[in-house]
Write a protein that binds this ligand. Structure first.
Ligand SMILES: Nc1ncnc2c1ncn2[C@@H]1O[C@H](COP(=O)(O)OP(=O)(O)OP(=O)(O)O)[C@@H](O)[C@H]1O
Ligand SMILES: [Mg+2]
Length: 267
């Protein structure tokens, strides 16, 4: 196990609600509570999967933990910093230096090539050596995800799976402390899915990067040290066997976790 006792993220009493305009005239807005009283502590170097049915609030939680979004109430601490008290610019500064994010919808910049998209976070970095190496690092990461032959393609000239791999290379380039990945292998074929998943866990284990991922794939969730489930706006965690499942040994998956995952996906 790689994790130490440093707390990477602490979510305390986190609630997220949104206002929905009423369909009927003269009726007031409705409040929709997506997440209630979430308590979650993630230690440095851990790998953790967030699972749950579609619409249960996984992407919402990931956005809150990464400081992309703010809770309606409650606290989110990022390496001891209370990010719920920071403004957008201060949160953006933390994200630029410490966070990589693989979005469910990729969010590539359409007017930039694959190479330029991957270079972007390095070029925006406060670290001059990273800025200077942006092009060579971007080329290297695109080669690692199997896209060395697509450097000059724009996003609309790439398949869905290729766009996803560009988004993954973009998240890796700054070697962030924390990597958030929303369904990182959902659009990939078996071979490329495995390649990307192996890269995620290689980074987690070799570089001690904290990995927080959302997935619908029980095999991928099983590779993480911890699995938490969102259901009805609440978060639960099943105790997992102490055996290391990092090599993807589904056989090692604790039965309770397996049940929790299947309940979350199929209920
Ligand atoms: N800005 C918003 N306004 C209204 N409803 C929202 C908003 N954002 C999210 N929701 C609702 O909150 C719920 C949770 O959304 P979220 O995207 O977090 O789900 P998810 O678990 O990631 O689902 P999926 O597995 O389909 O990606 C959904 O029912 C969604 O419709
Ligand atoms: Mg989602």
């Amino acid at each position: 196990m790689n994790q130490n006792n440093t707390k990477a993220i602490v979510a305390h009493k986190v609630t997220k609600s949104v206002s929905l305009p009423s369909a009927q005239k003269n009726k007031s807005e409705k409040q929709l509570t997506i997440l209630s009283d979430i308590e979650l502590t993630i230690h440095d170097g851990e790998s953790i999967a967030i699972v749950g049915a579609s619409g249960s609030g996984k992407s919402t939680l990931l956005g809150l933990l990464a400081g992309l979004d703010l809770p309606t109430s409650g606290e989110v601490h990022f390496y001891g910093k209370a990010i719920h008290t920071l403004d957008e610019e201060q949160r953006a500064q933390i994200r630029r230096s410490d966070v990589g994010f693989i979005f469910q919808q990729f969010l590539l910049v359409p007017s930039l090539t694959a190479l330029e998209n991957v270079m972007l976070p390095a070029e925006l970095s406060d670290d001059k050596s990273l800025r200077d190496k942006a092009k060579s690092l971007a080329t290297e990461w695109l080669e690692k995800v199997g896209l060395g032959h697509r450097l000059d393609h724009f996003p609309n000239q790439l398949s869905g799976g290729e766009q996803q791999r560009v988004a993954i290379a973009r998240a890796f380039i700054t070697q962030p402390k924390l990597l958030f990945a929303d369904e990182p292998s959902a659009n990939l074929d078996t071979e490329n899915g495995k390649l990307v998943e192996d890269l995620l866990f290689e980074l987690n284990q070799r570089s001690n990067i904290t990995l927080v991922l959302v997935t619908h794939a029980p095999e991928l969730a099983a590779r993480c040290q911890r699995v938490v489930t969102i259901h009805g706006g609440h978060l639960t965690e099943e105790a997992k066997s102490t055996q290391d499942t990092s090599e993807g040994e589904v056989d090692n998956l604790d039965l309770a976790v397996s049940e929790a995952i299947s309940n979350a996906f199929y209920s």
